[in-house]
Design a protein around this ligand. Structure first.
Ligand code: BES
Ligand code: MN
Ligand code: ZN
Length: 502
């Protein structure tokens, strides 16, 4: 998809030569005296009651007089905030998708569109028209090729526009890998994808195999991988956009390419969805793809422990005790609590980067799905400032999360008679006890954990990856880059090294 940002007055918008013109109409018209085809169409439709008030209400017009586009779609957008732009466009673009529109004009000139609103608009165009085709040759590929975004002042919203385009790259990268079935997305395949990303300017990828992971002493990660014929991979990505020596943000993504549960095997129903158990890994890869495009001035490290969780003659058994890289021993009481077992070693590894912050992202617990559903990801942190920054980034990017507690009492159930800890603590508060387990490996690190079990993919007829939380992560990194630049006295807007180019 090709995006273009233009300064367009309402009368210029009417002259835009596209298949369809989608016009976001605010509740209150800023310039009541304005005339022209677009203003007259809106005024007439409002007067006759054909364009109702209410976000997402729409009126579809065919060959409206004074317009170049044969289809003009008026969509109510309330006050034009980012959240309402998203709501309005989700409604409006559903019509565009079915109509197979190739060239779309998106008019945001009738209100004062913010950077966040423009970003949301760009993102919506991609979300509404995404099609997975890799293993489905019969799927009809995305029809939409070109989008012209018209705003009253292009220069003022260029940053939001560029962020939106980079986000599309990142989100679609994450969706693609998460959607691929497990036989098309093995740890080796993921490592190859990461290697390819590593060839982009500013990026570098290292891939470790079983021997190197064993040499590092990652006994917990190795224990999970043991049951599979697919060799494990430990992927290390670097993005160096910030000043040399500035502490990196480390992103750690759970990369279980298929979770059968292992010897503690899962029931058959919906087990196919466990191909999405590398959603955390996919979001880290997607975030790096977006970083390569946007190039914010910050250093970022990505760590992805990746393997399958399978039952086998060689698989780890309930009751087995393993030694993690940290030296702490773990009694594996349930082999289906495997995410924490691969993450704990990656978190120990993260300390060597002397990070600014460490954020792990994992489809970790069914309990988190019960607690928060598919609206907000679970957020855990030992640091209030980090939790606040992530929560805020989620609000800005409309990729929401919600903080859950980490009281020490929740760790009681992790006690074991045979090891320093067990890997499970019973059903109650399952998302929190999983986070308490991870906390034992983060010592003095500024650490946060995002449980995306409910938000990484959708079930049912719309089954598929959401690409979350790439928007939240990218926003957090942009915010940190801004803070760094401000701290260095360069001014908050010195955040990009180079203008983004698609
Ligand atoms: N990958 C699953 C978590 C999951 C389950 C995500 C369902 C989304 C939907 C994870 O590895 C797992 O199996 N967790 C167990 C932990 C339990 C054994 C303590 C769970 O949530 O049931
Ligand atoms: Mn599991
Ligand atoms: Zn899992």
């Amino acid at each position: 998809m090709n995006f273009e940002l233009k300064s367009l007055s309402p009368s210029q918008a009417a002259q835009l030569n596209t298949d369809t013109l989608l016009v976001l109409v605010p509740d209150t018209q800023t310039d009541k005296a304005a005339s022209g085809a677009l203003q007259e169409l809106i005024a007439g439709a409002t007067r006759l009651g054909d364009l109702e008030q209410g976000v997402g209400k729409l009126l579809s017009c065919y060959r409206a007089p004074g317009f170049k586009a044969s289809r003009v779609l008026l969509v109510r957008v309330g006050d034009g905030s980012a959240a309402l732009v998203r709501k309005a466009l989700t409604a409006g673009l559903a019509a565009v998708k079915t109509a197979g529109v190739k060239k779309l004009g998106l008019v945001l000139s009738l209100f004062d569109a913010s950077n966040d609103a423009v970003r949301a608009a760009v993102q919506c165009c991609a979300d509404a028209t995404y099609v997975y085709t890799t293993t489905k040759p019969s799927a009809k590929a995305r029809a939409l090729q070109q989008v012209v975004v018209g705003v009253s002042q292009a220069a003022a919203v260029r940053a939001g526009f560029d962020t939106g385009r980079a986000l599309i790259t990142g989100v679609e990268f994450a969706k693609e890998w998460a959607n691929r079935p497990a036989n098309h997305a093995t740890p080796t395949h993921l490592a190859e994808a990461a290697r390819k990303l590593g060839r982009l300017p500013g990026l570098k990828t290292d891939v470790l195999g079983p021997k190197q992971v064993e040499a590092l002493g990652m006994g917990s990660f190795l224990a999970v991988a043991k049951g599979s014929a697919e060799p494990l991979r430990f992927i290390v990505l670097h993005y160096n956009g910030g000043p040399k020596g500035s502490a990196p943000v480390v992103l750690v993504g759970k990369g279980i390419t298929f979770d059968t549960g292992g010897i503690s095997i899962k029931p058959a129903a919906e087990m196919d969805e466990m191909k999405f158990d590398m959603g955390g890994a996919a979001s880290v890869l997607g975030t790096f793809a977006a970083l390569a495009e946007l190039r914010p001035a910050i250093n970022v490290v990505g760590l992805i422990p990746s393997c399958e969780n399978m039952p086998d003659g060689l698989a780890v058994k309930p009751g087995d005790v393993v030694t993690s890289m940290s030296g702490q021993t773990i009694e594996i009481l349930n082999t289906d609590a495997e995410g924490r077992l691969i993450l704990c070693d990656a978190l120990t590894y993260a300390a060597r980067f002397k990070p600014h912050s460490v954020i792990d992202i994992a489809t970790l617990t069914g309990a988190c799905v019960i607690a928060l559903g598919g609206v907000r990801s679970g957020l855990f942190s030992t640091r209030d400032d980090l939790a606040q920054a992530l929560q805020q980034a989620g609000e800005t990017a409309q990729d929401l999360c919600w903080r859950l507690p980490l009281d020490d009492e929740y760790a009681e159930g992790l006690k074991s008679n045979f090891a320093d800890m067990g890997n499970v603590a019973g059903r109650a508060g399952g998302a929190i006890t999983a986070a308490k387990f991870l906390q034992k490996f983060t010592a003095e690190l500024p650490w946060a954990h995002l449980d995306i079990a409910g938000t990484a993919w959708k079930s049912g007829a719309a089954k598929g990856s959401t690409g979350r939380p790439v928007p939240l992560l990218l926003q957090y990194l942009i915010d940190q880059a801004d803070a760094l630049a401000a701290g260095a006295g360069k001014g908050a807007k010195a955040r990009t090294k180079k203008a983004a180019k698609v």
